[in-house]
Design a protein around this ligand. Structure first.
Ligand SMILES: C[S@+](CC[C@H](N)C(=O)[O-])C[C@H]1O[C@@H](n2cnc3c(N)ncnc32)[C@H](O)[C@@H]1O
Length: 265
């Protein structure tokens, strides 16, 4: 499935706001409809593609552009850069979730920003103010996820059965200690989403502190924990992380690697 018009690719690249200092990855580069405008930004571009014929064509097409490197690999396994990078890509629908897991789950992820095409329904789910599960909450608490626009199925060939969306992803400045608090907090929330927030938080810190912190962030302590907006949980975690009396358990090992899958136990 490839983009028919250059307009969608141009807009994605424009919104990404890249310059010469950036390193950007196009996952599933295909014929290069996104790689080409990316090359025009002057950034260093990695075009990852697993199909041999496309790889050969991409290498020919960008042979005179030393800042474009074509990587023949599977996006689920390719080594990710050890420095901050951006992603601009129309991600193959079948492997969107494994790729997002690699980019958004690990605590040490070097993903700084992404402008990607994903399935419309997935973009809607990931940008809900109240994520429906722990994984979506973990991503939304540490990255600003926005649905930029709908992209009709007719913009692709062959046309998929569903529309797509431009999803914008920007890393939020959440330090490691706050992430440790967040992990414990969100794990508790998604184990008991129907329980009042004050009880869920009150099982982790003193009841008076739980009450005070929830109120300070404009959350009624009686609200079911799963209905509290994700931005409020991030704010609560930030406040608690600043309190030296709070000592969160260490983050699980799976969150430190590039292959983390979010599980709450
Ligand atoms: C939906 S993507 C978009 C292609 C192009 N960037 C565009 O926007 O027109 C399709 C491309 O992803 C490649 N692809 C599919 N699965 C892949 C994987 N696991 N790793 C790397 N490339 C993959 C396919 O070979 C195909 O060229």
């Amino acid at each position: 499935m490839h983009l028919l018009s250059g307009r969608v690719a141009d807009r994605l690249v424009r919104d990404a706001g890249l310059g010469r200092d950036d390193l950007v990855i196009d996952f599933g580069a295909g014929p290069g409809s996104i790689t080409a405008p990316l090359a025009g930004t002057g950034s260093r571009v990695l075009a990852v593609e697993r199909d041999e014929a496309f790889v050969r064509a991409l290498r020919r097409r960008f042979a005179d552009q030393p800042r474009v490197r074509v990587v023949h690999d599977d996006l689920r396994r390719v080594r990710l850069p050890g420095r901050d990078f951006a992603v601009v890509a129309s991600i193959p629908f079948a492997v969107t979730t494994p790729l997002l897991r690699r980019l958004l789950t690990p605590v040490p992820s070097r993903l700084a920003r992404a402008d990607v095409v994903v399935e419309w329904g997935l973009a809607r789910r990931l940008t809900a103010a109240r994520p429906r599960d722990l994984e979506a909450a973990w991503w939304a608490a540490r990255f600003d996820l926005r649905l930029v626009r709908r992209i009709p199925a007719s913009c692709f060939t062959p046309a998929p059965g569903v529309d797509a969306a431009h999803l914008s992803i920007r890393r939020s400045p959440v330090d490691r200690r706050t992430q440790a608090v967040l992990w414990t907090l969100l794990g508790a929330v998604y184990r008991r989403p129907d329980t009042p927030a004050r009880h869920v938080l009150g099982d982790l810190v003193a009841h008076r502190l739980a009450h005070r912190v929830l109120r300070a962030h404009g959350t009624d302590p009686a609200t079911p924990a799963g209905e509290v907006r994700i931005g409020h949980w991030t704010a609560v975690a930030t406040t608690l992380a600043g309190d030296r009396a709070v000592s969160p358990p260490p983050l699980p090992r799976a969150l430190g690697s590039g292959h983390g899958r979010v599980r709450d136990r």
